[in-house]
Design a protein around this ligand. Structure first.
Ligand code: ATP
Ligand code: ZN
Length: 208
């Protein structure tokens, strides 16, 4: 069978969604054997290839139809501005994008953020939130570890993902306002593909 006819599913290469994504595929009867450092892993029992990617790149691959399906957080989809069809919500990777500030700050309401610096790796979602709240603040874009920025003096507050809140707490930060609720979702490419239609029932039947 040629590569073209094989279904391609993009999942996170490592990180918080990796194991749950593999577990989900295993629960659908798909066998993927450990394949070292390769970024493409052929399924042992179906014409499917897994693509291991940075989660940030998954929407791009799926939107262009390079991957037929992808498992990614709604937060990443929204930040990238991709309106990909969601096949199902997966009930893992559950988290919130919040604005948090140091315990001793005088920020209580969204209006208190006026003129403040907010560090985030979600600049678009934060900008949309601030606009909705009619708040003019300064967005400081960073690629990760937002929680350390108030202590280092780079920002007055952060806009970051939380699950239990333990990481924020460890940095003396208090979650104040929720920008978005998120969980992992299965998305499908908007492009025509017969290989995709053939396999979709495997996921929709059980998951919806
Ligand atoms: P990559 O190397 O793939 O870019 P990453 O560091 O951007 O990884 P992870 O921290 O592994 O991403 O998180 C992946 C996704 O898991 C997040 O986008 C979010 O949807 C979800 N998630 C769930 N809980 C948390 C949490 N406590 N902190 C961060 N992300 C979480
Ligand atoms: Zn990422």
């Amino acid at each position: 069978m040629s590569t073209k006819q094989r279904l391609r599913i993009a999942i996170q290469k490592s990180g918080r969604l990796y194991q749950s994504s593999l577990d989900l595929l295993a629960a659908r009867g798909l066998i993927f054997l450990p394949n070292g450092r390769s970024l493409i892993n052929p399924c042992a029992n179906r014409p499917i290839d897994l693509l291991y990617l940075r989660d940030d790149d998954i929407p791009e691959y799926v939107e262009r139809g390079i991957a037929d399906l992808g498992i990614v957080g709604e937060n990443v989809l929204a930040e990238k501005g991709r309106m990909l069809p969601i096949v199902s919500r997966l009930d893992f990777g559950i988290c919130r994008l919040v604005i948090a500030a140091p315990q001793n700050s005088d920020i209580w309401r969204p209006q208190d953020l006026v003129g403040r610096r907010i560090a985030t790796s979600y600049p678009k979602l934060l900008a949309a939130y601030l606009e909705k709240e009619n708040v003019k603040a300064c967005i400081v874009p960073i690629s990760g570890s937002a929680e350390i920025t108030p202590r280092l003096g780079l920002a007055d507050a952060v806009c970051d993902i939380v699950q239990t809140g333990a990481t924020l707490k460890a940095h003396d930060l208090v979650p104040l306002f929720t920008v978005m609720e998120s969980q992992a979702v299965l998305v499908k490419s908007p492009t025509e593909s017969t290989r995709k239609e053939e396999f979709l029932p495997l996921f929709t039947k059980v998951l919806l």
